[in-house]
Design a protein around this ligand. Structure first.
Ligand code: KE4
Length: 423
């Protein structure tokens, strides 16, 4: 029953584009009415009609400790008693920056912003300012937020300048963005050679999580590192999803590859609007007011958002067993789904790493955007609605990820697996 969600959605579409404040929430790719969520607790969310769901959206990653974690809530409430925002420097911003710089080896200096989009946009500007070069290489299927230069699709071939992938984005904004193929170092090498001395940076999701979950093949990330070093380009890891999720040091720690810049979001805000970019001091000191690369933000380093994020990071750092538990939960959930679907001879592939996973409705192994797009999105939509109607809320789109949190229980996982068995 979703009567109240339906009524709210009817109202919403009249005053909000598509009825939502972010497109994926509108159920556009899977149909039906988005559930309007009233509250969340632990690993469960509750909609306005009183339906309860096991939640695998996890606010798209921020709530790795689960929803409404008491320590985070208490810290936020306490901080709010001192006011919400000052537009001046605060101690908590220094504590957050020191905390990250002291624990992530590649981060010597960091700047807080308000979203992953802003973090990526600013990191690209810093990379261009530092290198004096214009071109950026990204990968088909990787999403880095909605700044103009990132809303691009490959030209006729990977060698040609990007063309806008959204109305309202000018050719001028995308002409310096070149698109390579994920897990294909040759496609990067070709672009580098064709644009010798012009590539400022390569930006990559070290684990793809916006074309569904796509893992880097052996040697891919190190290969990018080597190509960037050889060509005087910077390597930017977009760890908005993987940062503090695939381990405390994220994908760079898990795979042992050191980027020049890293972008963060989601977990570092614990559900509050926070993004960040950081890396080598000589690069970050290009950023205003220390250097000539301008970047600013009214609510950057907001004290309430900082205390939420820092509380979560401290819990993650002080309790490393959380990551071991997430690995086990991920292996149990995604590994069992793989076995069940194989027994049923279902046309599916499951990609997963740690607490991230994705069921693709294709028989091809999914290693890049082209293979991800062989998925049957109608089949995914049917699967989504079956799970939703039985109390499990998956990502409302095939090309997203499932997120496990520290709050997910073995009961949650068993119930999910039982539903997959009966599907
Ligand atoms: P935001 O601007 O949405 O905070 O972050 C943009 C971004 C940057 N980099 C990566 C790797 C990301 O995954 C994202 C945003 N992720 C999506 C989920 N696929 C956010 C969900 C949404 O757009 O509503």
């Amino acid at each position: 029953m979703a009567a109240k969600s339906e009524a709210l959605f009817e109202r919403a579409v009249k005053c909000i584009p598509g009825g939502v404040n972010s497109p994926v929430r509108a159920f556009g790719s899977i149909g039906g009415t988005p559930r309007f969520i009233k509250k969340a607790k632990g690993s469960h969310i509750f909609d306005v009609d009183g339906n309860e769901y096991i939640d695998y959206i996890d606010s798209w990653g921020p709530c790795i400790l689960g929803h409404d974690h008491p320590a985070i809530r208490e810290a936020v409430v306490k901080a709010a008693e001192n006011g919400l925002s000052f537009g001046c420097a605060t101690e908590i911003e220094v504590e957050m920056a020191e905390f990250i710089c002291e624990r992530i080896p590649s981060i010597e200096m960091i700047r807080m912003v308000n979203s992953g989009t802003e973090a990526v946009m600013s990191a690209l500007r810093a990379a261009r300012g530092y290198t004096g070069r214009d071109k950026i290489i990204k990968f088909a299927g990787c999403y880095h937020g909605h700044s103009d230069a990132m809303l691009v699709s490959a030209g006729s071939g990977v060698m040609t300048s990007g063309v806008p992938d959204s109305a309202g984005v000018t050719k001028g904004c995308t002409q310096d963005t070149l698109t390579a193929v994920y897990n294909d170092l040759d496609s990067v090498r070709q672009i580098m050679e064709a644009n010798e001395g012009q590539v400022a940076a390569v930006i990559v999701e070290p684990v793809g999580a916006n074309m569904g979950v796509v893992l880097p093949e052996e040697g891919f990330l190190q290969g990018l590192r080597d190509l960037c070093t050889k060509n005087g380009a910077l390597l930017i890891f977009d760890e908005v999803i993987t940062g503090f999720r695939l381990g405390f040091t994220g994908a760079q720690g898990r795979f042992g590859v050191t980027p020049d810049l890293t972008t963060y979001g989601k977990i570092i805000g614990a559900g509050m609007p926070v993004g960040a970019y950081g890396g080598r001091k000589e690069i970050m000191e290009m950023v205003s007011p220390a250097g000539p690369v301008y970047q600013a933000g009214t609510l950057s380093g907001n004290p309430i958002a900082m205390v939420a994020g820092l509380t979560q990071l401290r819990i993650l750092y002080e309790n490393p067993d959380i990551y071991q538990k997430l690995e086990k939960k991920g292996e149990k959930l995604y590994g069992s789904i793989t076995e069940i679907l194989a027994e049923k001879q279902a046309p599916c592939r499951v990609n997963h790493i740690g607490s991230l996973g994705c069921v693709f409705f294709t028989t091809e192994s999914v290693t890049d955007y082209a293979s991800a797009k062989t998925s049957d999105t109608k089949a995914y939509a049917d699967y989504f609605h079956y799970m939703l109607n039985h109390g499990v809320h998956l990502a409302p789109a095939q090309f997203e990820a499932m997120f496990l949190s520290d709050a997910h229980t073995s009961e949650d996982i068993e119930k999910t697996l039982e539903l997959v068995r009966n599907y």
